[in-house]
Ligand binder design. Structure first.
Ligand SMILES: [Ca+2]
Length: 152
């Protein structure tokens, strides 16, 4: 079972208990890192200078104590976003953007279904990732509307 590093524990400890509860449950099934919890003025100023935040001190949710925001990344950490994909596709046509958005919605929704299942103690097997390894390339048949109770 995955567990938090000392750094992640420290960052999460600076967060609102509601966030702590969410990520303490999620770490039992999905390895991830708590990158940032609370940010003081110096850290907020640095985040803005680096382009990681657009909200000046003390207005970011990260600036509250306890922090109402946290930055979290799943392992393996790959700092990518949809802009990187569009750059690779060399296309930002409305059709490509709509297709990408439609796909992101399906995978985001599946994560929510699995998360609600986790909160209720029910492990869900999804047809968009039959083996549940979060690698979507190893599918021989995609059945993204399909959700089933995982048999132990
Ligand atoms: Ca898979």
């Amino acid at each position: 079972m995955p567990s938090f590093s000392n750094s992640s524990k420290s960052q999460l400890a600076s967060c609102d208990p509601k966030l702590q509860n969410i990520f303490n449950l999620l770490i039992t099934v999905f390895d991830h890192s708590i990158i940032t919890g609370h940010r003081g003025k110096e850290a907020q100023d640095k985040a803005i200078a680096q382009g990681a935040s657009k909200t000046p001190w003390p207005n970011s949710k990260h600036n509250q104590k306890p922090s109402l925001a946290t930055d979290v990344m799943p392992f393996p950490i790959k700092w990518r976003n949809k802009a990187d994909l569009l750059k690779q596709l060399k296309s930002q046509s409305p059709e490509v953007l709509e297709l990408l958005n439609d796909i992101l919605v399906l995978y985001h929704f599946a994560g929510m279904v699995k998360g609600v299942g986790l909160a209720q103690g029910t492990e869900i097997r999804w047809g968009g990732d039959w083996d549940g390894d979060f690698d979507f390339r190893d599918q021989t048949f995609d059945d993204v509307p399909h959700y089933e109770v995982k048999q132990k």
